[in-house]
Design a protein around this ligand. Sequence first.
Ligand SMILES: Cc1ncc(COP(=O)(O)O)c(C=O)c1O
Length: 385
Amino acid sequence: MLPSSRLDRLPPYLFAELERKIAEKKAAGVDVISLGIGDPDTPTPGSVIEALARAAADPGTHRYPSNRGRPELREAFARFYARRFGVELDPDSEIIPALGAKECIFNLNLAFLDPDSVALAADPGYPVYTGGPLLAGAEAVLMPLVPELGFAPDLDAIGGDVAERARLLYLNYPNNPTGAVVPDGLFERAVAFGREYGVLIVHDASYTETTFDGYVAPSFLETPGAKDVGVEVFSLSKGWNMTGWRTAAIVGNPDAVSTYWKLKTNIDSGLFEGLQLAAARALDDGPPAEMPGIYQRRRDLVCDALREIGVDVMPPKGTIYVWAPVPEGHTSASYCELVLEESGVVVSPGGAYGPNGEGFFRISLTVDDQRLSEAVERLRGSLGG
Ligand SMILES: Cc1ncc(COP(=O)(O)O)c(C=O)c1O
């Protein structure tokens, strides 16, 4: 058996050593608390589950879906974007449902990249922005995100040759893993960059509905000219506690949306129609209103505890993560191993999200309050003073 050479292009799996240590701890009977993965612990809203049950009972939803999506879902996305962001979308040409943002982002690489072309990807960033281009046979060029620039890429620093070969540029605000919200002017600069170099700007809006302290995240498509050069990938996973439902959409530039559709008709057969109708209900209801408050409380719990153990952390205004610098004398990996060793708590090493993530670690706020309080007490107890 010979796997394809394209799989060899993927970087080594950086969580491997940590996962081995976690397994070791569990085998030794330690009650490990994982703050590693960003998967909401709170259930999907009841109204959405009821809508799914009703739709699933209708045999009209049981056949192959169309990859264009049911009009009910596309229209619900259009209503949501109009209400939430003031962005007008044409449900017939500017919206296609996706099987989660991950599928959509991965397939955009196949749809837009050739072997000599480039995707510009944030470093640190969601791994599909770099793995996707490699699997598409192209190149991912990293754009460093550093605290001094508010975790915004410096688009002026992208060399002419790279910019000329670039076909895609990924942005994501509120940002995983840094928790940063979009710095002033970045979306406008991205529109100008897209125009100058003919690059499709892809904004991953996975966390726009999870924000704190009164901050309201914008859509990239609110930016003048954005629809001429870009698309947004909007997911219900995090905001609606629907990670398992695999429900998202690509919205924006109609040519890009239709290119994605053309690729997708050759790859999958779309989203179960019952799910599409339930997702329409979710969009019309809006995200569960209590979630930002829940995460904000957890964020404060974690940030207070980190400060007490000497970690210099900035509370994020969005996402479901806290991103913090590792104390002096540690690498990301060595600090995460120390935290696991001393407290039985799993946090993610920043280096796993790209070279510029080195020196940081990420805590996910997606365990229930009781477990999170216990994790925090353990950190205080074992690493404090
Ligand atoms: C930035 C970002 N984009 C996309 C995803 C995946 O979203 P989905 O569940 O819609 O595939 C994640 C999941 O963690 C993410 O952090």
